[in-house]
Write a protein that binds this ligand. Structure first.
Ligand SMILES: [Zn+2]
Length: 566
């Protein structure tokens, strides 16, 4: 033992024996941030409620009473008085299309166009200010809000957009309307065959209407000029600011392109990535990701990759969700499997490759047979590669066959669901599929009763990126048309606490990050939101009006309704 070591040991001795109190107070670093006088709903079962939190660096160091937390105060600690308001863990949106969402913030808005004339007028206005050669895209139109609810056709907009190609999407993302300029560029004529998993809609004369379903939209996607890196960067920055303003601190980007990931990593290097991203490229890229050898959730706290997004079928509204029995109002149509499922062995091979490479699988499946078919394939994966913690996911898990809840739980599949869809689709689901199937639609309560883990999200840009609206939807199930104020299939309503849990730790679990985030607990990443009202004590129908006052990601204030942005 040299002189220096001996001296250290002496100090340790002094501290331990003579001055334990003094030593503890002096050796503990002061917190960077303390939020006090709050109702902290931690989602941590060991300490569900607290009054204050202390943050050091990017993590919580203490959660507890005012007195507990005050001990962390130092001369440079920033102290925020929450005025008794509610703090929750930051919202983790388990299913977003972050770049399309960001684009939508500036695209033409068609969702609330209440007549076909208004729909056409808005597109015409946009065409006047669209530079030559640029497309009008997005829009999220919803013909069910029109009377009668007829699908739009190209004739509605052709005369207003003679030189501007238009491809505006239906709000569910499974159908789009092209004008004649766009159809010309894509080379689509009355003779063009339907691609596997897609439909080119024809009118009574056999002419194309401009409406393209599912895989048929690929004909148009191929001729829309891709975004430049700079355009994409600006879109993502807009999306990040918006996410912070609504309290979303983590986002799981479904079908992220490599270009999207390049933008995220550039923003990460610049220190400007203010939402934590888990990027899931299309499973059609499984070979690339398998070759990299990274496995699931590879990366750091702000950017991870290693999940793959697959598609089993389409959507309810477009009549493309794949059911055992036909839709009630569409002849023999019972939907269709996506092009990734033609043949099913194509999907099986990709799954097996992905799983062998340790990648996580997230599959969009909506119709009961679509979901069931994916559960069959998931069971095959488990049988082939053994039981490991792989956190297989079904995205949407919308219309369940009665026989499949049990199996869903046994296979430990995560139901990654978007409650807003329930109050949206609830307007028309019974007329499409009848009461019996509708009773197992967005069956969040039945999932929980079977022990299935829920992750919450929005499917932005398909639905609004709005966590409080999402919680409102799960808790009230009050459809958007106001026709079910007591709840659409109210037996499926969740308690506020259950909804918050699904949106925080549930989503964190779904991305293998439940040890790192999703609750407010010492050691976890300091992601949290301060809300304008206590959603646990106000009437549920008021939850949708609650605003985010402050959003913190890693202890950094990324949104402040008071206007101070850091
Ligand atoms: Zn989606």
């Amino acid at each position: 033992m040299n002189r220096r070591n001996r001296f250290s040991w002496f100090l340790v001795l002094v501290c331990c024996l003579l001055l334990p109190k003094w030593s503890q107070a002096q050796s503990r670093p002061a917190a960077d941030l303390i939020i006090t006088n709050a109702k902290v709903w931690t989602v941590d079962k060991s300490l569900p409620l607290a009054e204050a939190v202390a943050v050091l660096g990017d993590r919580f160091v203490a959660v507890g009473s005012h007195a507990d937390i005050d001990a962390w105060r130092g001369p440079h600690t920033q102290v925020i008085d929450a005025g008794g308001k509610l703090i929750l863990p930051g919202f983790n949106d388990a299913h977003v299309h972050f770049v399309s969402g960001g684009m939508q913030l500036t695209n033409v808005q068609l969702n609330d166009a209440s007549t076909p004339e208004e729909f056409a007028r808005r597109i015409g206005e946009r065409a006047k200010v669209t530079p030559k050669g640029e497309w009008i895209v997005g829009g999220n139109w919803d013909e069910t809000k029109w009377n009668p609810p007829n699908m739009p056709t190209k004739e509605l907009i052709d005369s207003l957009t003679p030189d501007t190609p238009v491809f505006v999407s239906r709000y569910d993302g499974h159908m789009g309307l092209a004008n004649s300029a766009a159809l010309r560029l894509a080379g689509i004529t009355a003779e063009t065959p339907d691609p596997p998993g897609g439909t080119i809609v024809h009118d009574a004369h056999g002419d194309v209407t401009g409406a393209l379903k599912d895989a048929a939209t690929g004909y148009i996607d191929r001729v829309i000029p891709p975004l430049t890196h700079e355009q994409r960067l600006q879109i993502v920055k807009r999306a990040l600011a918006y996410a912070a303003s609504v309290g979303v601190t983590s986002a799981q980007h479904m079908v992220a392109s490599y270009e999207d990931i390049a933008v995220y990593s550039e923003l990460l290097l610049r220190g400007e990535l203010t939402t934590r991203i888990y990027a899931a490229p299309s499973i059609t890229h499984v070979d690339d990701l398998a070759k990299l050898g990274i496995g699931h959730a590879f990366g750091g706290p702000y950017l991870r990759v290693g999940a793959l997004k697959a598609f089993a079928d389409g959507s309810l509204g477009s009549g493309t969700a794949f059911f055992y029995e036909p839709f009630l109002n569409q002849g023999n149509n019972r939907g269709l499997l996506s092009d990734e499922m033609h043949p099913i062995s194509l999907m099986r091979d990709r799954y097996m490759k992905a799983d062998a490479a340790g990648l996580q699988i997230c599959t969009h499946a909506i119709g009961d047979e679509g979901i069931s078919t994916i559960l069959d394939l998931y069971a095959e994966i488990i049988a082939a590669h053994g039981e490991i913690d792989r956190r297989l996911r079904i995205e949407h898990a919308q219309h369940m066959a009665a026989k499949d809840f049990e199996r869903f739980a046994q296979l430990r599949v995560i139901a990654s669901v978007q409650p807003y869809h329930a109050i949206d689709d609830g307007r028309f689901a019974v007329s499409h599929i009848g009461h019996d199937r509708a009773s197992r639609t967005y069956a969040f309560r039945t999932f929980l009763d079977h022990g299935v883990r829920l992750a919450f999200g929005t499917d932005w840009e398909v639905a609004p990126l709005a966590p409080l609206l999402t919680i409102y939807a799960a808790v009230t199930r009050a459809t958007l048309d106001g026709k079910n104020p007591g709840g659409w299939f109210p037996e499926q309503q969740l308690a506020v606490a259950e909804a918050v849990e699904a949106y925080t730790i549930g989503s964190a679990y779904a991305e293998f990050q439940d040890k790192e985030k999703g609750t407010i607990a010492a050691g976890k990443l300091a992601d949290m939101v301060l809300l304008s009202e206590d959603i646990f004590s106000i009437p549920p129908e008021k939850i949708r009006e609650v605003r985010i006052l402050k959003t913190f990601v890693g202890g950094k204030l990324v949104f402040d309704a008071a206007g101070t942005h850091h």
